[in-house]
Design a protein around this ligand. Structure first.
Ligand SMILES: [Zn+2]
Length: 111
């Protein structure tokens, strides 16, 4: 049987690992000891690299936030229903994306 909590926890571990690899903590903040100056010919290249990494960190952090929200909803028992309209999200969608908190219709409206 599909275990949403296990999937979310696995995904969370994976995302935190990605943040660590990017040199950020779980809050999406870059660690102070990460240097972007090394290996670059000039400061502009280092800045460009930093901007790119920050963008990656932000997108991973966004996914992590979604996973955390889904885990909270698992705890309060609202998991599996749409946070917008309250309808069942549907098992297929949950299995495809365990962090879903909106049904397909509401998700389509939001984006
Ligand atoms: Zn909905």
């Amino acid at each position: 049987m599909f275990d949403a909590e296990q999937s979310l926890r696995d995904e969370r571990t994976n995302l935190v690992h990605q943040l660590t690899e990017l040199g950020a903590n779980e809050d999406g903040e870059l660690r102070d000891d990460v240097s972007f100056g090394e290996g670059f010919a000039d400061a502009a290249a280092a800045t460009a690299e930093r901007t790119e990494v920050m963008g990656l960190v932000e997108s991973v952090k966004g996914m992590l936030d979604n996973v955390d929200i889904a885990l909270e909803r698992l705890e309060d028992g609202s998991y599996g229903t749409c946070a917008e309209c309250g309808k069942q999200i549907g098992q297929a969608r949950i299995e495809f994306r365990p962090e879903s908190i909106y049904c397909v219709d509401c998700k389509a409206k939001a984006s």
